[in-house]
Design a protein around this ligand. Structure first.
Ligand code: ADP
Length: 542
């Protein structure tokens, strides 16, 4: 064997912020703060303060790989923790504040968090849970000392600014094995207790490189990026890392994710690129449409986390000239798996044909291999029609959950995603369902996503969720729960008729149930288990 003679440098998260400081030191980072104002500084400042964070953690005598938790919005202080915590060899544990407080306490204990850094908006939450978090020794409020609440009842509470402000920025990032754990994120745990994906420096860096590629998020030093996807869930799809890697301007929305605030930020900061889940973009479009607003700089948006309805892709593209990149991934995948961009051979296709491709979840990113299998594990053909369980593997895909929870998740080295999908001959994957949400009617599967996408294309429908309801003859039949847009109306029969010609007759829902709201989970996905509970007394009209 002859080894290559290239330098063997571990891939470490600290190298990203060092690079950004040296090569893009004056690129801006703008954050809407909990205080309501806009804060601006540069990568140079972020790097400086990340080193102060590292020194401050040393000051707390935190050991290598100790966990530091955050309950925080997207903002510059959270970014400093991303780099300061992981860069110094500790593990950043981002907690989703939308989880139930008992679940947050459970997670903090399970992760054995030692420090909790939180935005002041989450003070009541921290006050409610700190008694149940025996491992946490230090509480840091992400604010100036003068905003620190006097009688919070929280032990060892200090302000972030005084905590890091007292520290020097002289710090040499340590070098260590690139497979060291860097950050962790718990899945929402719709069944059983939440389980954590534990990312490494290597997986994070490889994912950051891949995410920046032209056929993935296509990020560059010319972009102004607005990640509306939260830094508290799956590292905001890796954008805080990829932005530093490319030197892009970063614009953080803080707590203000309503349509008006997001629109104003996009315009004021000349955002070219935004990333979010469909529900956030729905709020944005709902704000813009009646006022006749347009974007002056936004070019592209990545939408994922749940299926992006075709009506939304159309609206962005045709009404606003914004290209939608449909993406799919999961917590266990860091999270990016596929992204939908066209191939060279598609460029000559008519717009309508191109749109059909764009609606899919997309092609594998290099680094993610995928296959669909039948219940016996046999690989299924890539014909765009055959459905199967989607399995993935690659260097930023989970091998095992933190503390081995749930046993060995892999099947012959592949991670079963729990999604059901088709893959076409060109490698475009389309999710039809979560495996537990699949509707089985007369031995055939009906895609609840297809049924929902048609409903939300109706002008009076704000949101729709399709579930299977037991049927004596067909096993299950689809029923669609619908939230109407304010001030708009549609009847059951009109909506059923709306399906004519858009889907096979036997796939048309048997009934429509109008509801005030559809239960949503902590990561902005419809909670079908809750919806089924709510509709448990519902009977199909036979
Ligand atoms: P959670 O913590 O709720 O599991 P994840 O972000 O890990 O959050 O959720 C991953 C799941 O979200 C995927 O397995 C898939 O079911 C769904 N999902 C993500 N992106 C899409 C998409 N573009 N279309 C359809 N479903 C998606």
């Amino acid at each position: 064997m002859m080894l290559g003679l290239m330098q063997n440098q571990p891939l470490l998260i600290s190298s990203l912020i060092e690079f950004a400081e040296r090569h893009h030191g004056d690129a801006e980072i703008v954050s809407r703060r909990v205080e309501g104002d806009l804060h601006r500084y540069t990568y140079k400042d972020a790097a400086h303060r990340s080193r102060q964070v590292a020194n401050a953690l040393d000051g707390l005598k935190l050991g290598f790989s100790d966990r530091v938790a955050t309950l925080a919005w997207n903002g510059y202080r959270h970014l400093e923790l991303y780099y300061g915590v992981s860069g110094s060899g500790r593990v950043l544990h981002t907690i989703n504040p939308r989880l139930h407080p008992d679940q947050i306490a459970w997670i903090a204990k399970h992760a054995e968090d030692q420090v909790l850094c939180f935005d002041l908006s989450f003070l009541p939450l921290v006050q409610a849970v700190h008694g149940k978090c025996p491992t946490i020794k230090h509480y840091i409020a992400l604010c100036e000392p003068d905003r620190l609440p006097a009688d919070s009842g929280i032990p060892n509470l200090q302000s972030y600014e005084s905590w890091i402000g007292a520290k020097s920025a002289d710090y040499v990032w340590p070098s260590f094995d690139e497979n060291t754990a860097s950050s962790m994120c718990y899945t929402s745990g719709t069944t059983g207790n939440p389980k954590a994906a534990l990312y490494s420096h290597r997986s994070t860096l490889l994912h950051a490189y891949a995410a920046a590629l032209p056929d993935v998020m296509c990020l560059s030093a010319r972009d102004s990026i607005l990640p509306v996807v939260p830094m508290f869930h799956v590292n905001a799809w890796g954008i805080p890392y990829s932005a530093a890697l490319t030197g892009a301007k970063l614009v953080f929305p803080g707590p203000a994710m309503d349509g008006k605030s997001v629109y104003e930020l996009i315009e004021a900061e000349k955002v070219t690129y935004a990333a979010g889940v469909p529900t956030v973009w729905q709020m944005l479009l709902t704000h813009m449409k009646p006022a006749g607003l347009k974007f002056s700089t936004l070019k592209r948006t990545v939408i994922g986390g749940s299926a992006c309805p075709p009506a939304m892709i159309h609206a962005f593209q045709e009404d606003y000239g914004v290209e939608v990149l449909h993406a799919w991934g999961m917590t266990e995948m860091s999270p990016l798996g596929t992204l939908c961009t066209l191939k060279n051979k598609h460029l000559a296709l008519p717009a309508q044909e191109q749109m059909k491709i764009r609606l899919k979840q997309g092609r594998s990113i290099y680094g993610v291999d995928m296959k669909i299998v039948d219940p016996s594990g046999k690989e299924l053909p890539w014909d765009g029609k055959t459905f199967g369980d989607l399995y993935v593997k690659g260097p930023w895909i989970l091998r095992e959950y933190y503390k081995g929870e749930g046993g060995d998740p892999l099947i012959d080295g592949w991670f079963p995603t729990g999604d059901v999908a088709t893959i076409d001959a060109d490698g475009y994957m389309q999710i039809t369902d979560r495996s537990k949400d699949v509707i089985k009617s007369g031995g055939e599967w009906i895609s609840s996503i297809d049924v929902e996408n048609i409903a939300v294309a109706h002008p009076a429908v704000a949101m729709a969720a399709c579930i299977g309801v037991a049927h004596p003859k067909w096993d299950e039949r689809p029923v669609i729960a619908v939230v109407k847009k304010p001030g708009m109306d549609v009847t059951r029969d009109e909506l059923i008729k709306f399906y004519d010609g858009k889907i096979a007759k036997w796939q048309i829902p048997d009934d429509v149930v109008f509801v005030e709201a559809i239960p949503m989970g902590a990561t902005g996905k419809m909670l079908k288990t809750k919806l089924r509970e709510l509709l448990r007394d519902y009977k199909l009209p036979l």
